[in-house]
Design a protein around this ligand. Sequence first.
Ligand code: GTP
Ligand code: MG
Length: 373
Amino acid sequence: MEETNVARPRRAFLVGLILPVQPGHVVEEHLDELAQLAESAGAVVVGRAMQARKAPDPATFVGKGKAEEIGTEAQALEADLLIFDDDLSGGQVKNLEKSTKLSVMDRSGLILDLFDQRARTREARTQVELARLNYMLPRLTRQWSHLSRQAGGVGTRGGEGEKQLEQDRRLLRVRVRRLEEDLEKIERTRGVQRRGRGEVPTVALTGYTNAGKSTLFNRLTHAGTLAEDRLFATLDAKLRRGSVDGARSAVFADTVGFIRKLPHHLVSSFRSTLGEITAADVVLHVVDRSHPRWREQMEVAEAVMDDLGVERDRVVTVFNKSDLVAPEEPKNGGIWVSAVTGEGIPALKAELVRRFGSSLAASPPREALPGLA
Ligand SMILES: Nc1nc2c(ncn2[C@@H]2O[C@H](COP(=O)(O)OP(=O)(O)OP(=O)(O)O)[C@@H](O)[C@H]2O)c(=O)[nH]1
Ligand SMILES: [Mg+2]
């Protein structure tokens, strides 16, 4: 008899909706990425379905008949989970679970699960919990009354209907306020550490998930940061000193990546981590130039940076993974590097030197820089 402690991975079936604004080939690509997200979260993807409609069905997102069809097909593949690429309402989740007899989640919920798995520090955990509560609040339906225990540790079972729902909401809001206060404290500490770094310029690495930020960070700072072919390998901002020009150095910050359809609450909850980007002297926008959709990925990252209030003139575009790009492709429009082979790194450092001019630190002792890894 075989016995194992490892839980059987969830078997996921993916669902996308083709809309007038979202043609079939785009939905295919979004589902490819959704599959990567699901696999990064430890699930096995067993199949996918798409439906073309003028608009989502308010009750079941896809059509009612289609939902039943998907349920049958997914069960035949022994799926235990349906993942929808777009946001679902609480009511849609409830109806879909009823008609398919499978658990149902959406892309935002999946990203939150993935972040949950990755969060290590108190800051990351607090931010993820806050994002999750903000995600849950508008989706609360009566069937979710178990939430009251999760949220407040108060075992209020057996309450009825609307009253129960109202109580759940109140508990969640109280918890949200607590978390926001905690985050403000953490943010103040970060601010103090940042000021402590004084004259040493900061360079933040940002960009789409899997672009190669951590690999480039390691190359620039000789750090051993986790770089992986998984989405959202990095959650916490990580700081480390790196030399840019002989004896002169800067503080580099590796940060969490972005993705399309990133839940809005996640971005706002990650304010303190993303603060490293807002506060940096120079922001390196790392782009996986070998990715077929690099242009769209760039736009997604640029939109988030705009949201965060990062002025474009602080941003240097870094086209990474040049080793995977056909040699005949013209290498213009940004700084081309390969974080893996080291190609282009001297040009990148030269650009940093040019931007910092005389403000580059003449290497103050390491211990004089608080908050570094
Ligand atoms: N061929 C090639 N692969 C690269 C290069 N840079 C990074 N990679 C690979 O791309 C994958 C993702 O790299 P990471 O550095 O983890 O990417 P990231 O942007 O930090 O990703 P997240 O933290 O998940 O947002 C890894 O498998 C790296 O080995 C490069 O220049 N060339
Ligand atoms: Mg990373």
